[in-house]
Structure formats: C-alpha cells, structure tokens
Design a protein around this ligand. Structure first.
Ligand SMILES: Cc1cc2nc3c(=O)[nH]c(=O)nc-3n(C[C@H](O)[C@H](O)[C@H](O)COP(=O)(O)O)c2cc1C
Length: 193
C-alpha cells in the first residue's frame, strides 16, 4: 500500500504534521504500507498554474518543475492525504498551488477523455487544523479537497479535522484528539483489508 502525504503547512512539526503522523501510526498498527511525504514549502522549483490552457491540448502541464515528480507520486499512491492548516478559511497557498496544478489532469479527464488510474480502489482524505472553533472553518478546505480527489479519480474517504489548535505544539498536548486521530488511521486500514 503506497501512501502519499502532501504537507501544506510551511511550519514544520506543527499541528497538521502531528495530525498526519498520528493517523499514519494508526494505519501502521493495522497494515503494512510505505509512506512518501512531500513538504511543499521545501520545494525549490514550484510554481502556480498560470492558466495558459496548454494542458487542454496535451493533458500535460507546460511548466516543467518539481510538480512533474509529484504527478507521478500521486499516480502511484493508493491513499493520498491532503494535510493543511486553515489559512483564511481555505488551505495554505502551498497546498492550493499543488491542487491547482492538477488542472492538467482535469483537462486530461474532461476534455481529452483520458484517465490515468480509475479501475482500482484508491482513497483520499483531508486532514486539517485551525485555531478557531467556527462550524464552517473547514468547509472550503473540504470542498476543494473533494474537487481535487474527483479530478484524480480518487474516492473521497472523509476528513479528520481539529479545531482550537494554534500554537505549534497545541495538538501534541491534546492526547484525546491524538487518540481519535490514531483510531481514524486504524479505521482507514480496516477499509483496505
Ligand atoms: C496566514 C494564517 C492564516 C490563518 N487563518 C486561519 C483561519 O482563517 N481560521 C482559523 O481558525 N485559523 C487560522 N490560522 C491558524 C492556523 O490554521 C492554525 O494555527 C493551525 O493549527 C496551524 O497548523 P500548522 O501548525 O500545521 O501550521 C491561520 C494561520 C495563519 C499563519
């Protein structure tokens, strides 16, 4: 089982990273997997979609940067975690760039009627953290994540989100949430067994 973790926070070892690490712990208790984590903020050659429409003809992005490798990683993954802090009610800019660059896959699927991987069971999850308690604080992130997973033919498996965590170690100091996150991981593993 190949797991791709896409880390959207620029803050290393912060709340969203703690969240995904805990979910992965739960998965690993229940099944064998290889985990590939991509720290988007650390990429050297990483650019936003420029809306040129080049992908409408070929299904490929015209920008040849670090995303080339990320398309391949996403194609190979059986499980994809989009992991982000909430920034102004949405995902981080780093995460949004990643998602927007899959416009090339949108073009491939909907304009060119080609699919990369469709036949097997693949699942995607949103993991997100936010400082506030607002009932709608994760709504935009979830809509965007669903749109991404739909584009890449990955079934949306759901979300695990944590409110009221702001300081870098806030989630690490909340054992009840970590227990729930670990259980979320075990539950994911159970859907693949
Ligand atoms: C630029 C910026 C924008 C933010 N916007 C929101 C927001 O709209 N709502 C919210 O609840 N928290 C917001 N936060 C707080 C983060 O979502 C919160 O601290 C989160 O747990 C950080 O996760 P991380 O440690 O993985 O980076 C914002 C933080 C930053 C730096």
């Amino acid at each position: 089982m190949n797991i791709l973790v896409v880390l959207g926070s620029p803050r290393k070892k912060g709340n969203s990273e703690t969240l995904v690490n805990t979910v992965i712990e739960g998965i690993k208790e229940a099944m064998q997997c290889s985990v590939d984590s991509v720290y988007l903020h650390g990429l050297q050659d990483y650019h936003p979609c420029k809306g040129c429409g080049g992908c409408e003809k070929t299904g490929m992005c015209v920008i040849k940067d670090d995303m080339i490798e990320l398309y391949e990683k996403a194609d190979k993954a059986d499980i994809i975690f989009l992991v982000t802090p909430v920034y102004f009610y949405g995902p981080s800019a780093q995460m949004k760039i990643f998602i927007d660059r899959f416009q090339a896959r949108w073009s491939r699927k909907y304009l060119l009627k080609q699919r990369v991987r469709q036949e097997d069971q693949r699942k995607g999850y949103l993991l997100a953290t936010a400082a506030t308690k607002g009932p709608k604080v994760f709504d935009a992130c979830e809509l965007i994540a669903k749109s991404y997973f739909d584009t890449v033919d990955v079934e949306y498996g759901g979300k695990f989100v944590v409110r009221s965590v702001d300081e870098k170690k806030a989630l690490s100091n909340t054992p009840e949430e970590l227990d729930k996150a670990r259980q979320f991981g075990r539950d994911i593993a159970a859907t693949f067994s």
